[in-house]
Design a protein around this ligand. Structure first.
Ligand code: ACM
Length: 758
C-alpha cells in the first residue's frame, strides 16, 4: 500500500493546534472496511460535473452539491448525460458485489466513480467529503479505492429534548452531524416527567399544559437541599415542525424513532390529563430529575388515549419503530390500586411486573396492527417480553442478550459505554454532568455483540446507540461538547468490522475532524489529550513526587506557581512546599489539550507512610492510604479518585513522623452528599504516642477554619497541641442513615480526601 502524506494544519483558534502530517489512509471516520490510497490526486474544479444514472436519488446529488459548496465554495453542475472525464459519476448497483447500503468509491486521476445501492451513494459521499483537502488553493482528493458497507443496521444517536428543549435548527444540526459519520437512527426522546414536546391534535393539553414546567432544579440532583430557578421553562414541536424534521432526516438517510414514554415517566402527561393516573392528582410537570411514583393507570380510558396519541405519532413518523419507553416505572400505585389488582387476577398475571408486560403487549399489538414495531427499554423484559417487541439494552448488556437469545431484536446502549451524559474527562474543570466516567477510548472499545451470544443469534443485535440525556445539559453547545468526539467513536463501533478498528489510528484521525468542528463552530472536547497527575511518596525527603502521564506521542509541559516558565516534563517533580502545578499535553512543545492543575497543599502529613485500620472499602480505595497525604484536598464534582470511602466504618489513621514533632492543628476534608448515602463524620479524635503502642488522647478544639465550604465538600478544623512521634486520628462514621434520608436504615458512607496536619 502506497502511503500518501497530506500536510494539514488547521488555523489557530482558541487552542494551539495539534499539527500532524496527516496520512490520507488515516482520515475517514468511521474507518472504511477496505481502503487503498495512492500518492496522486484528483483535482476538484468548477468544471467538474456530477453525472448520475436513472436510479440515483436526486436528494443524494443535491446533498453532495450543497456540501461541496459549503466546504469548498465550488458549485458543481449535475447531469444525466455521459461525460468522459472530470466527473463524479454515480452508478447504482444492486448486484451482489455490493452488500446492502454499501458502496465502492474509486477516485482516479481524471474521474471519481461511486457505485452503491440504497443509502450506499450517500455514505460514499460522506467518505468523499472527508477526503477533500485544500492545498495551495487547489481542492484535491487523493486517488483512492474504497469498498465499504455498514456492520450494523442500527447506528443510533438519542437526544432527550425534555429535560432541556432544543429547537428545530438544533435538531437538524444534530442530524447533519450524525449523517457525516454515517449514523442512521435518531431516537428522539419526546416525552417525560419534565415536559411533553410533541403536538397531539386530539389532546391539546399535552402541550398547552404538559410542555411547560414552573422552574428547574439548579445544580446536581443528589445535592440537598434542592434549589430551583423559578422561570417557566418549556417548548414543543408542532406537527409541521416534525414533518419538516422528518423530511430533513430522510434526505440524510436517517430514520427517526420517536419515543413516547409509558407507563412511567409521565408526570407531564398526568399534569395535563390527571384522570389517566391511578390516584386523583393533581400532578405537576416536574421541576427536578429522577423517577416518580405516578404512572399511567392501565384503564381502558388510558389505552384509548394512548391509541389516539400513537395514531398521530405513527402518521408523522414513517419509520418502522416506535419507542414506547417502559423504563423506571415504579409499581407502588399499581400495588395500591384495587383496579390494578383486579386486572392482575382477571388476566392471571403474576404480579405488577406481569401487569406491565400485559400493558406493553397491548401497545405492541396495537402498533403492529398499524404496521409498526415497538421497541422499549430493557425493563419491558421484566415481566416477560411482549411478542414482537424489540429491546433497548441500557442497564448493561444482559437485557439485549436475553432478548437476542429469545429471538427478539435488540439495540445495545449500555450506560457503561453509550451514555454521553457521563463525564468524559476527569479534569475538575469539566462542566457538571450526570456522573459516571466514559472516555472516548472506552466508547471506542465497545463491542455490541455479547461474547457469549451464539453466532446464530448475532443477527438479533441490530446495533448500538449513544444516549444523550439532558438533565445537566442546559444548552445546545453543551450537547455538542458531550457528543464530540464520543459520537465519532461510536460511529466506528457501529459501522466498521471489528478487525478493521484500531484505537491508535482513530486517535490519529481526530485532529482533522477537530479542524472540521472548528470550521463549523462546533464545541468539542479535547479530553483525549488529557494528562494524569500521579502523586507518589518521595523516598528521598518530605513531600511528594508528582508524576505526569500523557497519552502516547505527547509530552507534558508544566509550570509551578507564579513562575511562568513552561518546562518539558522529563522526570517526576518533587514538591516540598504548597504550590499549584499547571500542566498540559503537548506535541513539539505546543499545547494540544486543556490545562490541568495539581493544587498541592504541603503539610506535616504530606507523603507520610500512614497506615489505615481498617483499610478503605475496596470500591473507593484508589491510591490507598497515600490518598490522605498526597496534598490534594479533593475536587468537585467528586469522581472517586481522590477520595477514600468507608462503609459504616470509622477511619483510623496512624502517622509515624520518625521523630517528636509539634502538631498545632488538624483539618479533615470530607464529603456530605446524602443523596449518594455519603454523610459527614462525627467529632474527630486525636491521640499521641511515643512508642506506637500506647496512645494518649489529645485535647482538640473545633474552630471555624475561615474557609468557604463548597457543599458537598466540607472541612472540619481542630486546634490541638501535642509533640509526638506517632499520631492517631480517628474520623468516626456517622453510622446508620436516619429515617427520611435517602438510603435510610443502611450504613452511611464516610468519604475523606485529605487529613491536613500542621
Ligand atoms: C434510561 O436511562 N432511563 C433508559
Amino acid at each position: 500500500m502506497i502511503r500518501f502524506l497530506l500536510f494539514t494544519c488547521a488555523l489557530l483558534t482558541l487552542l494551539p493546534h495539534y499539527c500532524v502530517a496527516q496520512n490520507a489512509n488515516v482520515v475517514i471516520i468511521p474507518q472504511p472496511n477496505l481502503m487503498v490510497v495512492q500518492q496522486t490526486t484528483f483535482e476538484l474544479s468548477p468544471a467538474t460535473v456530477i453525472v448520475y444514472d436513472k436510479k440515483t436519488s436526486k436528494k443524494d446529488i443535491s446533498h453532495l452539491q450543497k456540501q461541496i459548496q459549503r466546504e469548498t465554495g465550488l458549485t458543481l453542475k449535475a447531469t444525466k448525460k455521459r461525460k468522459p472525464e472530470n466527473v463524479i459519476r454515480f452508478v447504482t448497483d444492486y448486484s451482489i458485489t455490493i452488500p446492502d447500503n454499501g458502496y465502492q468509491l474509486f477516485v482516479r486521476n481524471n474521474e471519481i466513480e461511486i457505485r452503491g445501492n440504497f443509502a450506499g451513494h450517500f455514505y460514499a459521499i460522506q467518505s468523499l467529503l472527508q477526503l477533500i483537502r485544500k492545498e495551495n488553493s487547489k481542492i484535491l482528493i487523493p486517488v483512492t479505492n474504497i469498498m465499504d458497507h455498514p456492520r450494523f443496521p442500527w447506528r443510533g444517536m438519542h437526544l432527550d429534548v425534555v429535560r432541556h428543549f432544543f429547537g428545530k435548527q438544533d435538531v437538524k444540526n444534530y442530524l447533519s452531524w450524525m449523517a457525516r459519520y454515517k449514523m442512521n437512527v435518531f431516537h428522539w426522546h419526546l416525552t417525560d416527567d419534565q415536559g411533553w414536546r410533541i403536538e397531539i391534535k386530539k389532546w391539546p393539553r399535552l402541550t398547552s399544559v404538559g410542555a411547560y414546567r414552573n422552574g428547574t432544579l439548579k445544580g446536581h440532583y443528589t445535592e440537598s437541599p434542592d434549589v430551583y430557578d423559578t422561570s417557566r421553562y418549556g417548548g414543543f414541536y408542532t406537527q409541521n415542525d416534525i414533518r419538516e424534521i422528518v423530511r430533513y432526516a430522510d434526505s440524510l438517510h436517517i430514520t427517526i424513532v420517536p419515543e413516547i414514554e409509558m407507563p412511567g415517566h409521565v408526570s407531564a402527561l398526568l399534569a395535563a390529563y390527571p384522570e389517566l393516573a391511578c390516584t386523583p392528582g393533581p400532578f405537576e410537570v416536574q421541576r427536578t430529575w429522577g423517577v416518580f411514583d405516578d404512572v399511567l393507570c392501565p384503564s381502558e380510558k388510558t389505552f384509548s388515549f394512548l391509541q389516539d396519541v400513537l395514531d398521530e405519532v405513527c402518521k408523522l413518523f414513517p419509520g418502522k419503530y416506535i419507542h414506547i419507553g417502559g423504563d423506571e416505572a415504579p409499581k407502588v400505585r399499581w400495588k395500591n390500586s384495587t383496579y390494578c389488582q383486579s386486572l392482575i387476577k382477571q388476566h392471571q398475571l403474576k404480579d405488577e411486573n406481569g401487569l406491565q408486560s400485559w400493558f406493553v403487549q397491548r401497545i405492541v399489538n396495537y402498533l403492529q396492527s398499524k404496521g409498526k414495531r415497538a421497541i422499549g427499554w430493557d425493563e419491558i423484559l421484566d415481566g416477560g417480553l411482549a411478542k414482537g417487541a424489540a429491546v433497548m439494552s441500557w442497564r448493561g448488556e444482559q437485557g439485549g442478550l436475553d432478548a437476542a437469545l429469545a429471538g427478539h431484536y435488540a439495540v445495545m446502549t449500555p450506560g457503561s459505554h453509550c451514555y454521553f451524559d457521563h463525564y468524559q474527562s476527569a479534569y475538575p474543570t469539566e462542566p457538571l454532568a450526570f456522573g459516571g466516567y466514559t472516555t472516548v477510548e472506552k466508547v471506542y472499545s465497545y463491542e455490541p455483540v455479547p461474547k457469549i451470544l451464539p453466532k446464530e443469534k448475532h443477527e438479533y443485535i441490530l446495533g448500538t446507540q449513544g444516549n444523550v440525556w439532558t438533565e445537566y445539559i442546559p444548552d445546545f453547545s453543551q450537547v455538542q461538547y458531550m457528543i464530540f468526539p464520543r459520537m465519532l467513536a461510536l460511529a466506528e463501533v457501529g459501522w466498521t468490522q471489528p478487525g478493521n478498528k484500531n484505537w491508535t489510528m482513530f486517535k490519529e484521525k481526530l485532529p482533522i475532524h477537530f479542524s472540521w468542528m472548528e470550521r463549523e463552530g462546533i464545541r468539542y472536547s479535547r479530553a483525549v489529550y488529557d494528562l494524569k497527575f500521579i502523586p507518589k511518596p518521595n523516598p528521598n525527603g518530605p513531600g511528594i513526587l508528582l508524576h505526569i502521564e500523557t497519552p502516547d506521542g505527547l509530552q507534558a509541559q508544566y509550570r509551578i506557581g507564579k513562575d511562568q516558565t513552561m518546562r518539558t516534563y522529563v522526570e517526576p517533580i518533587p514538591l516540598q512546599e504548597s504550590a499549584i502545578v499547571y500542566a498540559v499535553s503537548a506535541k513539539d512543545e505546543l499545547p494540544v489539550g486543556a490545562y490541568n492543575t495539581y493544587n498541592y497543599w504541603h503539610h506535616l502529613g504530606s507523603g507520610n507512610a500512614v497506615t489505615l485500620t481498617p483499610p478503605p472499602h475496596q470500591q473507593y480505595s484508589n491510591g490507598g492510604a497515600f490518598t490522605l497525604t498526597d496534598g490534594i484536598t479533593g475536587n468537585l464534582p467528586w469522581k472517586g479518585s481522590e477520595w477514600l470511602g468507608f462503609l459504616g466504618e470509622d477511619l483510623t489513621a496512624i502517622y509515624d513522623f520518625q521523630k517528636p514533632t509539634a502538631i498545632g492543628s488538624i483539618r479533615v476534608v470530607s464529603l456530605a452528599d446524602e443523596g449518594s448515602w455519603i454523610h459527614g463524620h462525627r467529632p474527630v479524635q486525636v491521640f499521641a504516642s511515643e512508642d506506637g503502642l500506647t496512645y494518649k488522647a489529645v485535647r482538640v478544639k473545633k474552630v471555624n477554619s475561615g474557609f468557604a465550604q463548597t457543599p458537598p465538600l466540607q472541612e472540619a478544623f481542630y486546634q490541638c497541641q501535642a509533640t509526638t512521634r506517632y499520631l492517631k486520628v480517628v474520623v468516626p462514621n456517622s453510622g446508620i442513615i436516619p429515617d427520611g434520608k435517602p438510603g435510610a436504615g443502611h450504613r452511611a458512607w464516610l468519604f475523606v480526601s485529605e487529613i491536613i496536619i500542621e
